[in-house]
Design a protein around this ligand. Structure first.
Ligand SMILES: *Cc1c(COP(=O)(O)O)cnc(C)c1O
Length: 408
């Protein structure tokens, strides 16, 4: 084993990322020296802060093909999604009360939609295919004269599947419906361009992009069409009135730096991640059978690999690879251990969902780590399968779906 291997290994980059040291360095002066309030117009402390904020706005805009003027800073993507969805719903209510989204969105989209349903809105939750993709024709079919917003995520956080944004954007444009995308997982990882994809509103967050936690942004289109939003909070009228509150200057500078870095590194990083992911997948499947990939084989985030290991129990599996930080297909956010609704939506049974592991590779993942994870996974799965009577029967060629189990 290489001496450079440090445990535990972080392989959960879809949940958050390490702040890049270059981002931290860019932020530091804004805690200790340039600590002005960006809204202070009367002195140089304020001007320096404001200039840094405006520079960051441009850096964020550039990464997604937008102008800096169209970027609103928020506390994260949860707020960005809430502001986009509730802000549009409230502003355009007279035009209609219908919203279209998908069943595999992040809770930060689904929950605002559920609240709007309680407030009299109608929400259509589109299904996805076995790879987790929405059919653009289904979006087109779901649009009525009451539809005011379509919200489809750019890339799924669990299975990494990319959505056909440009096709959906073109449909929305043609039908005069606003198009929002939760692009948290995609920005900086795959090409995202608000013009080419017909996007009117886009949510992103710094901490999934090697930036600080607690800082996000919402892109709000300014022309063709000019999107208007009702604010969630009232206050000093910052951010063109859409998001009041003193700007978090150090974090904003961090997001700007993270976006600029991501733009520079994206192509080389993609190649590196694709090769590491292939190594991980091939290494595991070279020695283990009955392993399935969840999500789209090619239309997916370069750093995401979601695997199902038949005949192992997910929680036992997690214990078996204790030195590796990954996520399982069981959403243990609540007290109950529910199988993931995303895996369910793509047709993965509850049993397999519980035995699914999401490997999230990132900028700081090394080949040494990948090789260690491969060994850990193989050892854990073999060990658990040795103890499994079901696996024993499966190996003997018994079709388990035909077995009449005795009731107890
Ligand atoms: C992480 C994540 C969010 C939430 O972002 P926060 O900044 O943590 O609020 C929203 N959507 C997706 C797809 C995510 O992965």
């Amino acid at each position: 084993m290489s001496a450079s291997l440090k445990l535990p290994i972080f392989m959960d980059n879809n949940s958050t990322t390490r702040c890049d040291p270059r981002v931290v360095e860019a932020m530091l002066p804004f805690f200790t020296e340039n600590y002005g309030n960006a809204a202070s117009r009367n002195h140089s402390f304020g001007w320096v802060a404001e200039e840094a904020v405006e520079n960051a706005r441009e850096q964020v805009g550039r990464l997604i093909g937008a102008s800096g003027k169209e970027i609103i800073f928020t506390s994260g993507a949860t707020e960005s999604n809430n502001l986009a969805i509730k802000g549009v719903a409230s502003m355009y209510r007279k035009k209609g009360n219908h919203i279209i989204t998908t069943v595999i969105e992040h809770k930060a989209v689904l929950d605002p939609c559920k609240r709007l349903e309680r407030d009299g809105f109608e929400v259509t939750y589109l299904p996805v295919d076995k790879y987790g993709q929405v059919a653009p024709e289904q979006v087109a079919q779901a649009i009525t004269e009451k539809t005011i917003l379509v919200s489809v995520m750019a890339a799924n956080n669990e299975i990494g599947t990319l959505q056909p944004l440009a096709a959906i954007g073109a449909i929305c444009k043609a039908r005069g419906v606003l198009f929002h995308t939760d692009a948290v997982q995609a920005v900086g990882k795959v090409p995202v361009d608000v013009e080419a994809m017909g996007i009117d509103l886009l949510s992103l967050t710094a901490h999934k992009l090697y930036g600080p936690k607690g800082l996000g942004a919402l892109y709000v289109r300014r022309k063709n069409p000019r999107v208007r939003l009702d604010a969630l909070m009232d206050g000093g009228g910052h951010e063109r009135g859409m998001r009041s509150g003193t700007l978090a200057v150090p974090s904003i500078v961090g997001l700007g730096a993270a976006c600029e870095l991501a733009g520079k590194l994206r192509e080389s990083e993609t190649q590196r991640l694709l090769s590491l992911r292939k190594r991980l997948h091939d290494g595991i499947t070279a020695e283990l059978g009955d392993v399935g990939v969840n999500g789209h084989p090619t239309d997916r985030l370069p750093g995401n690999l979601n695997l199902s290991f038949a005949f192992v129990e997910g929680e036992a599996m997690m214990m078996g690879i204790r030195d590796v930080a990954v996520s399982s297909g069981s959403a243990c956010t609540s007290a109950s251990l529910e199988p993931s609704y995303v895996l369910r939506a793509i047709g993965v049974g509850d049993e397999l969902a519980h035995s699914s592991i999401r490997f999230g590779l990132g900028r700081f993942t090394t080949e040494t780590e990948i090789d260690f994870v491969i060994r850990q996974v193989i050892t854990a799965v073999n060990h658990l399968r040795e103890m499994s009577p079901l696996y024993e029967m499966h190996k003997q060629g018994i079709d388990l779906s035909t077995v009449a189990w005795a009731a107890h």
